[in-house]
Design a protein around this ligand. Structure first.
Ligand code: ADP
Ligand code: MG
Length: 560
């Protein structure tokens, strides 16, 4: 008995894309399925440790691959936690993972490029890039019944009860027919499978096993014979446990892409082993692009947490501070208790020690990047600089000392991003304050009459084009004892004594005119004044000392 069920709408679209995929990296399906098998084994192993269930050793929880040339199937079987009927439905019938969420958002934004799937960790559904039918046999640990989930089209799937002797999940891929462009048979080839496992899944800490046939010389004879042996294909040493000097950039890149669902190699890799009161290894990455969901609710910050190589949790939030929330990665410590819960972690002293060191590590990395590789830093800052400004703002300036030298703003002189330190160093001797202008874009700032006037004095003006900019400056108040001065706000006090006198005289002379203008504008303005601020422009608006025009705009946009 089985009813056909429909996939949820987004899942169906994702599947359609997979089925018709002309994506060139189809081979990643194996990485995705093995990673799911490994996750499922982790979940069971962790449960066994927590509940003191004996008889579980990691070496026993193998992931088995079976290539059946006759039936044209490739099987991936694990002995992990398994799924019951509801879970099969929930996890395989709907888009669940974070990568798929982004994918969904991209679809909603109207991205139609088929190659886009390469940018997401699309997980289970990637099986449909190489298979036209996928059978999933699963039995949940501790439950009696096994089930078969089956789908051969994007229309839907069926679930029925099925015999399964052991707990865990067995996925059978019925490979597509070969076409002129695509050779699917290669996924049955033992060398190809071994290559893929080495490339993508070498560090998986369960043995990935397969029967391989080798030709061996017979004893006492010159003849050769084929021997089949069950071989473990992966080395199982987690990447982060290996010596830094032995790890290639490509290995780091592949590891990052596979583990953190990114299409691009990371911009920076930080791999450190720390010995001390709390010993741990951290492997941290700065992505080379802003993740698509970065500024949405979907984005989860935090690092993966391991204890002696055993996975404890995803997104341990307390390990990275909010202002570095763009950092992805993992931490493995031998000093943590496996039974630790999320709530306990928040108060755990060892976690705090690690979090502090990790924060410092990231801070140093960014400082060095700025010092040694400015172009790279500018790229970083364009991706994530906003986060640093929010950091200062949200901390009410408490993070000023830590972050102020990492900030960059657009300089109207240099026509590129510069640091505050660079601004101050370039200041002429008579300049006392740091001038800035705000506007939606650099072009709009360029057009401000007041900018022109300040620049004519030989002073550079920084442009604040992000909503958060002015709020950040307000929290900082000053830099290097020089206050920030908005060129459109209050009195700039740029005039010489003579100029001031002259202005007073002119104001006196033109009093009737000014009064007429003020009357005509009525409530729209507070006052009408003659000014030295103007060079080529006839008039300008200036705000009082409190909230600037741009801040007023931002505040008006905020929900109450
Ligand atoms: P992700 O792994 O990022 O969550 P996937 O699409 O790869 O996304 O898998 C979706 C979900 O299906 C998983 O989160 C998991 O709950 C379930 N799942 C997939 N494969 C297995 C498996 N071999 N054993 C148990 N559960 C699995
Ligand atoms: Mg997955």
């Amino acid at each position: 008995m089985s009813d056909k069920k429909e996939f949820k709408a987004e899942s169906k679209r994702l599947l359609d894309l997979m089925i018709n995929s002309i994506y060139t990296h189809k081979e990643i399906f194996l990485r995705e399925l093995i990673s799911n098998a490994s996750d499922a084994s982790d979940k069971l192993y962790y449960k066994a440790l927590q509940e003191n269930i004996s008889g579980f050793s990691r070496e026993d929880m193998a992931i088995n691959l079976i290539a059946d040339k006759e039936n044209r199937t490739l099987t991936i079987a694990d002995e992990g936690i398994g799924m019951n009927k509801e879970e099969l439905e929930e996890h395989l019938g709907t888009i669940a993972n974070s990568g798929s969420f982004e994918f969904k958002n991209a679809l909603e934004k109207g991205v139609s490029d088929v190659d886009i799937i390469g940018q997401f960790g699309v997980g289970f559904y990637s099986a449909f890039m190489v298979a036209d039918e996928v059978d999933v046999y699963s039995k949940k640990y501790g439950e009696d019944k096994g089930y078969l989930w089956k789908s051969d089209t994007s229309d839907g799937y069926t679930i029925e009860e099925a015999e399964k002797a052991t707990h865990g999940t067995t996925i059978v891929l019925h490979l597509k027919k070969d076409t002129e462009e695509e050779d699917y048979s290669k996924y049955l080839d033992q060398y190809e499978i071994e290559r893929l496992v080495k490339k993508y899944s070498d560090y998986v800490h369960y043995p990935i096993k397969m029967d391989v046939t080798t030709s061996r010389k017979k004893e006492d004879s010159d003849e050769y014979e084929d021997v089949v042996e069950n071989k473990t294909l992966n080395s199982q040493v987690p990447l982060w446990k290996r010596q830094k000097k032995d790890i290639t950039k490509e290995e780091y890149d592949e590891f990052y892409k596979a583990k953190f669902n990114d299409f691009e190699a990371p911009q920076r890799v930080m791999h450190n082993t720390v010995e001390g009161a709390v010993s741990y290894t951290s492997l941290l990455f700065i992505p080379s692009k802003t993740p698509m969901n970065y500024y949405s609710q979907d984005y989860k910050k935090g690092l993966q947490l391991y204890s002696r190589g055993v996975f404890i949790m995803d997104h341990a939030e307390d390990l990275v501070p909010e202002h570095f929330r763009f950092v992805k990665g993992l931490v493995d410590s031998q000093d943590l208790n496996l039974n630790i819960s999320r709530e306990m972690l928040q108060h755990d002293r060892k976690m705090k020690v690690m979090a502090n060191k990790i924060e410092k590590r990231i801070q140093t990395e960014l400082e060095n990047m700025l010092k040694d590789d400015r172009d790279e830093y500018v790229t970083f800052f364009k991706n994530f600089g906003m986060q640093l400004k929010f950091g200062i703002y949200n901390s009410y300036g408490m993070l000023k000392d830590k972050l102020q030298n990492l900030l960059m703003f657009y300089s109207s002189d240099k026509k590129e991003l510069i640091t505050l330190k660079e601004y101050v160093e370039a200041m002429p001797e008579d300049q006392k304050e740091i001038y800035f202008a705000s506007g939606e874009t650099v072009e709009k700032c360029d057009l401000l009459p007041q900018v022109e006037s300040v620049k004519s004095k030989g002073y550079d003006v920084l442009y604040m084009t992000d909503n958060v900019d002015e709020f950040c400056l307000q929290m900082m108040r000053d830099y290097d004892s020089k206050t920030f001065k908005n060129v459109t706000q209050g009195d700039l006090d740029l005039e010489t004594e003579d100029e001031k006198k002259e202005l007073e005289q002119k104001t006196e002379d033109n009093k009737p005119l000014l009064e007429i203008v003020k009357k005509a504008l009525g409530d729209k303005v507070q006052d009408v004044k003659l000014s030295h601020r103007l060079k080529s422009h006839p008039v300008c608006l200036a705000s009082g000392d409190g909230v600037s025009f741009e801040m007023e705009k931002v505040l008006n946009q905020m929900p109450d």
